[in-house]
Write a protein that binds this ligand. Structure first.
Ligand code: TYM
Length: 331
């Protein structure tokens, strides 16, 4: 990437309220990366159509994701924030990619199998979800994609599709490439943020702690974290505790060390640890809640940000699509 700035891209579905798994797994790393290159962050509304069937709810969720992402620190002067559907060419690229995507590659998708196992109807859109995701990444010539671990296989599928399209259509290129290989960027410490039942936090598992839930709601969720039946006085295993894992995301080094010690020593019940976790979590997100109120007070702010982001995203997507159409023989 010498001489050229690194392109960073990621997306988030507006399929519900954002939770702290989204925040620590993707939003916080994406916000940190916005200073390191040219960042494109989008609200994946086309993807959300695979599960959201209520147009009003979808529209509201899209705005809320924009609001929450901005409140958490996305800087629209540095990063383009936009709706996926404001760049409709991405569906054209998805079609082109789908003509070379092997069925077997998509059939191996864990996320697809998981969704079917949870009872979602197996629509064509759900099946080809990773192809649209590949188009999202490739239409901006992205170098780096910050995501949580659950998206890793999707990036691998994207990379497989790049190899395939370069083999199929890249021969006439000086470097044999139509697209370059994007890299996933996964933070080891937050690759899978656990939910209140200890499984991966996910809205669809109902184990989420929302970033901007009200105080009572957040306290209730934290207090219902599932624990084992170790008695108060007995030593406890911090490394296996969801409470401790979540606390480690928001507390200082010395506070973390202090809690680990008290786990090992025994004498403190899980209820007390949960209270401490709630206090820290609430405090951690306080400045963001304040920023959120400020953004809400400015009625046109979100629309302006999304319009500017869409304009920037379309500039790049148009260039890439002109190149792709030419290479594959369209127009
Ligand atoms: P989505 O909306 O499910 O999640 C958004 C981001 O949050 C991360 N995440 C987590 N990370 C750690 N621990 C958790 N418990 C946790 N839960 C969610 C996800 O890994 C993700 O990074 N398919 C994507 C959206 C998308 C996309 C893209 C992403 C569409 N096109 C192109 C990157 C590039 C999705 O549904 O994310």
């Amino acid at each position: 990437m010498k001489g050229k700035s690194m392109r960073i891209l990621s997306g988030i579905q507006p399929s519900g309220v954002l939770h702290i798994g989204n925040y620590f797994g993707m939003m916080r790393p994406a916000i940190a990366l916005q200073a390191e290159g040219e960042a494109f962050y989008f609200i994946a509304d086309y993807h959300a159509l695979t599960s959201v069937r209520d147009p009003k709810a979808l529209r509201e969720n899209i705005r809320r994701v924009a609001l929450d992402f901005l409140a958490c620190g996305l800087d629209p002067e540095r990063a383009a924030l936009f709706r996926q559907s404001d760049v409709p060419q991405v569906t054209e690229l998805a079609w082109i990619l789908s003509t070379i995507a092997p069925m077997g590659l998509l059939e191996r998708s864990h996320s697809y199998k998981d969704k079917l196992a949870r009872g979602m109807p197996p629509s064509v859109g759900l099946f080809s979800y990773p192809v649209l995701m590949a188009a999202d990444i490739l239409i901006y010539d992205s170098d780096v994609v910050p995501v949580g671990k659950d998206q890793k296989q999707h990036i691998e599928i994207t990379r497989d599709l790049v190899v395939k399209i370069n083999e199929t259509f890249g021969q006439s290129e000086p470097d044999g490439q139509i697209f370059k290989l994007p890299e996933p960027r996964i933070q080891a410490a937050t690759e899978v943020v656990p939910g209140i039942d200890g499984q991966k936090m996910s809205k669809s598992y109902g184990n989420n702690i929302d970033i901007f839930g009200d105080e009572k709601e957040m306290r209730k969720r934290v207090m219902s974290i599932v624990t084992d039946s170790t008695p108060v006085e007995a030593p406890k295993d911090a490394s296996r505790s969801t409470i401790f894992q979540l606390y480690s995301l928001v507390a200082s080094k010395s506070e973390i060390a202090g809690m680990r010690e008290r786990f090992q020593k025994g004498g403190t019940g899980y209820g007390n640890f949960k209270k401490e976790l709630f206090e820290k979590l609430w405090e951690y997100f306080t400045p963001m809640r304040e920023r959120r109120e400020e953004i809400l007070a400015d009625k046109s702010y979100i629309d302006n940000v999304l319009a500017r982001g869409a304009k920037r995203a379309n500039e790049i997507a148009d260039q890439v699509m002109t190149r792709v159409r030419k290479r594959v023989g369209l127009r």
